[in-house]
Write a protein that binds this ligand. Structure first.
Ligand code: HEC
Ligand code: HEC
Length: 437
């Protein structure tokens, strides 16, 4: 029971900090209705969504290596922009000095070796009619013994997450660590803003907090998931079987490229809505009380507030619009990285996520960032919309909420032990609360 008091104090302090900054804030709109949160008008939002749902073909520059033909293939349940059961594969091996090394993956009968990324693409465009004898499928070499799957993430409401000030996350990490007597210390990672070369921001997107900006993420995903080169990621992973000139994603008549539409689409999504029937039930309310009391809310933070409208973020390239300014939302996550004993040992691959240009320009700076110590850490999974995810945790290997909770060790050991000590009906109340999210 000793640590219950600090955790209760922690949530109290956090609620004070958040309440003081939230005093003039508005609640984020929620829903799965495909309507805009106010960042764009509904017609524009619908048009951006159509871009997000577009199925890319060879003539658009798909591949040569890719995972799927459309953002929607992996971000769709229950509507475009949410998550899905689709996983992707990451591998690597331990180097001589114990450091993580990205894989070397020979393709085309060894004619080329793909390196510098932990991602292994599940699909390739050839052999095809134009290249009947080219064989470029990536496969995991036996030497790559560190292996994991990573589940697709929810994007709904991520515009609010992007608009949280870096300092809010830094303060949250400090308070969390102090109030838990250093048992729970979320790690902050400063990452490059790819559209503002030389500028950094607090990473908050991806299982490893690898990006701070939704535009950076859109460029990263368009190249690494779909093989579509774009102005932020202009270099193909391989030129074998490639027929379309770079970058594949060029501006349309409105001056916007697909990656701009993707970023605006995500910024304009409403936050996931709760199950209203369950949320109002007495048992789910009791469950929330227990979730808070035993310390789950130390990492699965209920409420965050965005910076004020007009604030410049992403290295000065994006100004928070009125619809995203001073908004209170409920992600049940702190967007910080923790070691809860589930880490897969895969270090984030900087060249893969930020592209050659930024990687070369910032490699000195990046090497000072504590990427190595985040090897076995995972961003706290935000629990909004968790009721819609039948597979849980980064690898999708936990199939019930109870299993996911009981898999928490490391920084969360004392909290999951508290869970185990609860009466069965109290444990079920927490699970009922999770089912309402
Ligand atoms: C093959 C499946 C797949 C496709 C296609 C895909 N994604 Fe993802 N997406 C993922 C996975 C898996 C993650 C988690 C990746 C990680 O952190 O390692 C993710 C994470 C994200 C995130 C971070 C969300 C968060 O809250 O942390 C954004 C933003 C995103 N994707 C945008 C896009 C966009 C835009 C496209 C289309 C250009 C796209 N994705 C295409 C699977 C996919
Ligand atoms: C020290 C921080 C921390 C604490 C405390 C904590 N969690 Fe987590 N939680 C995490 C992290 C990190 C993940 C992601 C782990 C992974 O994917 O490997 C996670 C994942 C989850 C998931 C899976 C969600 C999904 O979408 O896959 C659930 C459910 C969950 N936690 C519930 C709880 C409950 C209930 C408690 C309290 C008993 C709790 N957590 C305490 C950090 C924490």
């Amino acid at each position: 029971m000793r640590f219950l008091i600090p955790l209760a104090v922690l949530s109290f302090i956090l609620s004070l900090i958040l309440a003081s900054s939230a005093s003039r804030s508005t609640e984020a709109p929620t829903g799965f209705d495909n309507k805009s949160n106010g960042v764009a008008d509904d017609t524009t939002h619908q048009a951006d969504q159509t871009k997000f749902e577009e199925v890319e073909q060879l003539s658009d520059g798909l591949g040569p290596l890719y995972n799927a033909q459309s953002c929607r293939e992996c971000h769709q349940n229950p509507v475009s922009g949410a998550s899905s059961q689709v996983t992707e594969l990451r591998v690597g091996h331990q180097g001589p000095e114990g450091h993580f090394r990205t894989p070397e993956i020979p393709i085309a009968h060894g004619a080329e070796v793909i390196s510098g990324r932990s991602l292994v693409n599940d699909r390739a465009i050839c052999p095809n009619a134009a290249f009947p004898d080219k064989e470029i499928q990536e496969r995991v070499p036996e030497t790559e013994t560190i292996r994991t799957f990573r589940l697709s993430l929810n994007l709904l409401g991520d515009g609010f997450v992007e608009a949280v000030a870096d300092q809010t996350l830094i303060d949250l990490a400090q308070q969390q660590c102090k109030s838990s007597h250093r048992r729970i210390c979320g790690q902050i990672l400063q990452v490059p803003i790819v559209e503002a070369p030389g500028q950094m921001g607090v990473g908050r997107f991806g299982w490893k907090d690898q990006q701070a900006s939704l535009l950076s993420f859109a460029g990263d995903a368009y190249l690494n998931e779909m093989g579509i080169t774009n102005r932020l990621q202009p270099d193909e992973v391989t030129k074998l079987c490639n027929t379309v000139s770079e970058p594949n994603d060029t501006p349309g008549p409105d001056g916007l490229s697909d990656i701009d539409h993707f970023a605006r689409f995500i910024r304009a999504t409403k936050a996931p809505a709760r199950d209203s029937q369950l949320a109002s039930s007495a048992v789910a309310k009791k469950g929330y009380g227990l979730f808070d009391k035993i310390g789950c809310a130390a990492c699965h933070v209920e409420t965050l507030t965005t910076a004020a409208a007009g604030t410049k973020i992403n290295g000065g390239t994006f100004t928070i619009p009125a619809a995203l300014g001073s908004i209170t939302f409920h992600p049940y996550g702190d967007f910080l990285m923790h070691d809860v004993g589930t880490g897969d040992g895969i270090l984030q691959a900087t060249r893969e996520h930020y592209g050659h240009k930024v990687f070369q320009m910032m490699s000195g700076y990046l090497s000072k960032q504590d990427f190595e110590s985040s090897r076995n850490k995972i961003r706290t999974a935000p629990l909004w919309g968790v009721r819609l995810r039948p597979r849980l945790m980064h690898d999708g290997a936990s199939l019930t909420l109870r299993d996911a909770i009981q898999r928490h060790h490391g920084e969360a050991s004392h909290v999951s032990q508290q869970f185990d000590k609860l009466k069965r009906e109290d444990q079920e109340a927490i699970i009922e609360f999770l089912k309402s999210l």
